[in-house]
Design a protein around this ligand. Structure first.
Ligand SMILES: Nc1ncnc2c1ncn2[C@@H]1O[C@H](COP(=O)(O)OP(=O)(O)OP(=O)(O)O)[C@@H](O)[C@H]1O
Length: 298
C-alpha cells in the first residue's frame, strides 16, 4: 500500500508553476528521502500533504484518504516543520505533557517518546537545548500521537555533524515502525538512511525509486579524476570513443563516464602524459547519489 500518492498534482502561485504534474508514490514502511535544490517545491509538497495549501489541480491520497474530502488522516501524521518553535521556559517533559493534553494523548506516551528520542533524563529547560536536542524534541512531539506517517521538513539542515548523526540514527531507529518522509538537500543524509528517493527539480519529479534501483539504472562505470588543468583534459578526453560523457564538478574534478573501463584505464594515463598534466587523484567507482543527483538535475 502507498502511504502517499499524488496524481497529476499541480501548484501555481500566481503565474509561477511550483509543482508540475507531480506523481509521487511513497510505499508503507519506507524511509523516503525527498531531495531537491532550494526552491524545487519540497516544502510546497509538504504543505499540500498537510492540507496547509490547496493543490491547483490533481489529487492527493494520504493513508488511503483523499485529502480534499477529509482531514481525519491528519491525526495519523506526525510533522516536524523546518523551524520548530517551543516554549523555552518548559522542560521537554513539561512541554510534551501540555501538548499531550491538548491533542488528547495519554501522558504515558510522553515517557515513551522521551525515551525514543533520548531526552528521558534531560532536566534542562528547552531554552538551554542545543539545536540537535531541539530537533529531537521536535521529533518527539511529532511521535506523540503514535502516527503511522512521519513528515520531517529538512530535519538536519541546521545541525552540526554530531546533531545530524543523532537525528539520522533516530530516523533509522524508526525503520519498520513508521513510514518516514523527509525533505532535504543533503545528499549524504539520504544515502545513509533512505530506502527510496524522489528527486525534484523545478516542481517536476525526475526520479522516484529505491536507492538500489537508481544506482543500478544509472550504474555506468565512472572515473573520477583530478588534474591541474581539468578543462584541457575534458576537451581532450571527450573525443575518445571509450568515453560516454565528461562533467566537471567542484571546479577541478572530472567525472568521466566510460563505456569500456579497460580501455579507459589504459588510455587516460596515456593522455595525461601526452598532455603533460599533473595528476592529483584517479579513482574508478560506481556512481554515488551525489553523482546521480548532479547528473539528473543538470
Ligand atoms: N506562498 C507562496 N507564494 C508565492 N510563491 C511561493 C510561496 N511559497 C513558495 N513559493 C515559491 O515556490 C517555489 C518553491 O518553494 P518551496 O519552499 O516549496 O521550495 P523548497 O524545495 O522547499 O526550497 P527550500 O529548500 O529552499 O526550502 C519557490 O520559488 C518559492 O519562492
Amino acid at each position: 500500500m502507498n502511504v502517499i500518492e499524488t496524481h497529476n498534482l499541480y501548484k501555481y502561485y500566481g503565474i509561477k508553476k511550483v509543482l508540475d504534474d507531480l506523481n509521487l508514490e511513497v510505499p508503507e514502511g519506507v524511509i523516503f528521502g525527498y531531495l531537491g535544490p532550494n526552491g524545487a517545491g519540497k516544502t510546497t509538497t509538504i504543505r499540500i500533504l498537510l492540507n496547509l495549501a490547496k493543490p491547483t489541480k490533481g489529487s492527493v491520497l494520504v493513508l488511503g484518504e483523499n485529502i480534499s474530502k477529509s482531514r481525519k488522516y491528519l491525526r495519523r501524521i506526525g510533522y516536524l516543520p523546518d523551524v520548530p518553535n517551543f516554549y523555552n521556559y518548559f522542560t521537554a517533559k513539561e512541554y510534551l505533557e501540555v501538548l499531550s493534553e491538548i491533542i488528547g494523548v495519554d501522558k504515558k506516551r510522553v515517557e515513551e517518546v522521551l525515551e525514543i528520542v533520548g531526552l528521558k533524563n534531560e532536566k534542562k529547560r528547552i531554552g538551554a537545548f542545543s539545536r540537535g536536542m531541539k530537533q529531537r524534541l521536535g521529533i518527539a512531539q511529532a511521535l506523540l500521537p503514535d502516527p503511522k506517517l512521519l513528515i520531517l521538513d529538512e530535519p538536519t539542515s541546521s545541525l552540526d555533524p554530531q546533531g545530524r548523526k543523532e537525528i539520522l540514527d533516530l530516523i533509522l531507529s524508526l525503520r519498520g515502525e513508521k513510514t518516514v518522509f523527509f525533505s532535504t538537500h543533503i545528499l549524504s543524509d539520504v544515502e545513509r538512511v533512505c530506502d527510496r528517493v524522489g528527486i525534484l527539480r523545478e516542481g517536476r519529479l525526475l526520479l522516484n525509486d529505491t536507492l538500489d534501483n537508481i544506482k543500478k539504472k544509472l550504474s555506468r562505470r565512472i572515473v573520477k579524476l583530478k588534474v591541474d588543468d581539468p578543462l584541457r583534459m575534458m576537451e581532450r578526453v571527450k573525443k575518445e570513443d571509450f568515453v560516454e560523457e565528461v562533467l566537471i564538478k567542484n571546479q577541478n574534478s572530472l567525472i568521466i563516464k566510460v563505456k569500456d573501463l579497460q580501455r579507459a584505464g589504459k588510455k587516460i594515463p596515456e593522455i595525461i602524459v601526452q598532455e603533460n598534466l599533473s595528476i592529483m587523484h584517479f579513482e574508478v567507482s560506481e556512481p554515488t547519489l551525489e553523482d546521480i543527483f548532479f547528473e539528473v538535475i543538470s
